[in-house]
Design a protein around this ligand. Sequence first.
Ligand SMILES: C[S@@+](CC[C@H](N)C(=O)[O-])C[C@H]1O[C@@H](n2cnc3c(N)ncnc32)[C@H](O)[C@@H]1O
Length: 303
Amino acid sequence: MSNDEATAFLAARAPRPSSSDTIAPPIGTTATPAMTSEPLTRCFPRFASTVPYYVAGRPNYAPSLIQIVKEHLHLSAIDRLLDLGCGPGWLGIAFAPFVGTVVALDPEPAMLEATKLAAAEANVRIELIEGSSYDLGSHLGMFQVVTIGRAFHWMDRDDTLHRLDRLIEPNGAVILFNDTHPEVPENVWYKQYIELIERFGSSNARISPDRLRHEAVLLKSPFNQLERIGVVERRMIPIERLVDRALSMSTSSPEALGSLSEQLALELPKQISQFAISGMVVEVIESQALIARRGEAGAICKL
Ligand SMILES: C[S@@+](CC[C@H](N)C(=O)[O-])C[C@H]1O[C@@H](n2cnc3c(N)ncnc32)[C@H](O)[C@@H]1O
């Protein structure tokens, strides 16, 4: 291994912020809110090698969730929406028919390229900007809504909310999108799936038990009025798409694993096929939106 390769390999396996993009914590568990561990430098996860796997394997958000959120927030054609950490642009594309303008921001050029293709396919107009949470500023204009899907954990969350406070209209919202797997019999395969990916991926990259949950960060921010909406669906997923999904995670991407990624791609179908019928697995998935709006500072509900 050359020095450059060794440096790249170590960088890929270096401790990262906790992440639902990497390995989600067990369902129903809560991280101990002892301390935060926000990224200290502006370093970004390496998503370049994940793009085709992300597009093929990641679960998209339930269309009915987008519809409910749009109605709940009374979004209309005069509104501007920012999709921060847009990845392949799924949120921006889903909301585009309901708002006037969508701006999609991401530091990874390959993700922006994927957004461009997907937006063209969906026949919607999206403004693409290469940049990150650290580049949020008044040059972007004001927004009614900022969506952040599976990406908030990569950011310095306090700093991001502080910057967004200056860019979001008084009655606007930040919405964190995510997906979870409820503990139902159909999801019996999921634990084994995650354990296998964890065995291959960097142990440093798992959810840090001392990282504050997003809710805790939001509650001490100006966006401290929180509501969560979830849509639970049963989906049939081909095993190959689950392989793609494993390779789409920054901690088990081809770039992070090198030749081990081929082994992961072989091992996964062997283990998961016992749960499949005709190569398909039933997945019960909850698409979630955590809507954060401005409330009274430090307000506590009296019951
Ligand atoms: C797991 S993907 C999520 C993509 C998409 N939002 C979704 O919901 O599927 C995370 C994305 O966050 C981006 N990202 C990482 N750090 C970021 C930061 N500090 N600011 C903005 N985006 C960031 C990555 O480049 C990547 O495209």
